[in-house]
Design a protein around this ligand. Sequence first.
Ligand SMILES: [Zn+2]
Length: 264
Amino acid sequence: MGFSLIDVHAHLQDEQFAKDLPEVIARIGTEGPSVLINTGTDIPTSLEAARLAEKNPNFWGLAGVHPHDSKSWTESSAAQLEKILGHAKIVGLGEIGLDFHYDFSERNVQMRVFALQWELALRLEVPVVVHVRKAFDEFFGIVQEYGAPKKVMLHCFSGDMEIAKKALNLGFHFSVGGALTFRKSEETREVFKFLPVDRIHIETDCPYLAPEPFRGRRCEPHFIVHTFRRLCQERNCPPEILGPRLVQNARDFFSPKLKIEELP
Ligand SMILES: [Zn+2]
């Protein structure tokens, strides 16, 4: 493509990639992201994010316990996360949050585990990546009660314009994935047209939420180009301007360490 793209949120540790991960990584090629951040959903996948980043110069990682996995939280989880956050290639806490759409963990457990990790982010002053689905009132309630870390990213942002404005005023960042390309995502497109360019990020959330024309298939990192092109089109911004801008946004948000290494 001639310039760099980033995927700020992938899950290459997912079991859906267990059989062919080397092929998936090879397919990233020149059309896919040059920088990729694998996101933890529990302690083992957070450790795996660090391991994948050790093996691949342009991979980075996040460590956190997903709302779906809140039920896996134990007394030692916070200490384990803190240790993983000390890894040189782990650049933030994530993903954490509240998901009242699927309710895979009980809501009171989700609230407790989210609050504990939110406190951890505040104490350690690390960037935090949040998953909120159908629970924005509860999320903003915790923000009000505890305050917010300096760097908060709402990944796969699914809120409406009113929620976007509220989060924008709090200084939060926003990430969009395949949903940007879905026919019914008019509101998401409106939001990502409206947001200032320095607050937006792009992701695949692979293996989930493949963009059109691959909707329903296992998502892979190189599919990012379809979401990226749609974002350029919606914002009326040339790809060679927006691509590097999104890499810079991620560096500003996570760490200046997110340099692109020339691969042999
Ligand atoms: Zn995710």
